[in-house]
Design a protein around this ligand. Structure first.
Ligand SMILES: [Zn+2]
Length: 143
């Protein structure tokens, strides 16, 4: 999964994107679907790699996932902070929006989801989505 996510970094759009994020999901049917971020000059219309990977699996009829691997590369200036992801920095973490989407996928399937946060060199750490979303909204049944 990590290798699939790393390979997907090369498909980020636009090709000259300064901050690249890619992801690969493992579905409950055992298949892997990867995707990368799809950018926009507006920045607010950016589709995250995690969102694209979830949609990629769903459009192939496999919306329930058991794990997701995420990798990032590059840097960008956001309104409140710099974001830099490379081999010297932290493992790629999902943003709040993507955590919400992954958590909702877990609620729908009734199982926890493993989140694999990787670096471009292939090293990674894992956490469960329940650990990354200790106080989810809306308050719902936990997996
Ligand atoms: Zn995100």
């Amino acid at each position: 999964m990590v290798k699939a996510a790393i390979r997907a970094l090369d498909t980020c759009y636009p090709p000259d994107a300064r901050l690249r994020y890619a992801a690969a999901v493992l579905t409950d049917k055992g298949n892997i679907f990867s995707a990368s971020n799809y950018g926009s000059d507006t920045a607010s219309l950016l589709l995250h790699g995690e969102q694209m990977a979830l949609a990629h699996a769903a459009m192939h009829g496999e919306p329930s996932i058991v794990a997701i691997a995420i990798v990032g590369k590059g840097n960008a200036q956001l309104s409140i902070t710099n974001v830099a992801v490379d081999e010297k920095n932290s493992h790629a973490h999902p943003c709040g929006i993507c955590r919400q989407l992954i958590w909702e996928n877990a609620v729908r399937s009734g199982r926890d989801i493993t989140v694999i946060m990787a670096k471009p060199n292939g090293s990674y750490i894992t956490k469960s989505i329940n650990d990354l979303m200790p106080d989810p909204w809306p308050e719902r049944r936990r997996t």
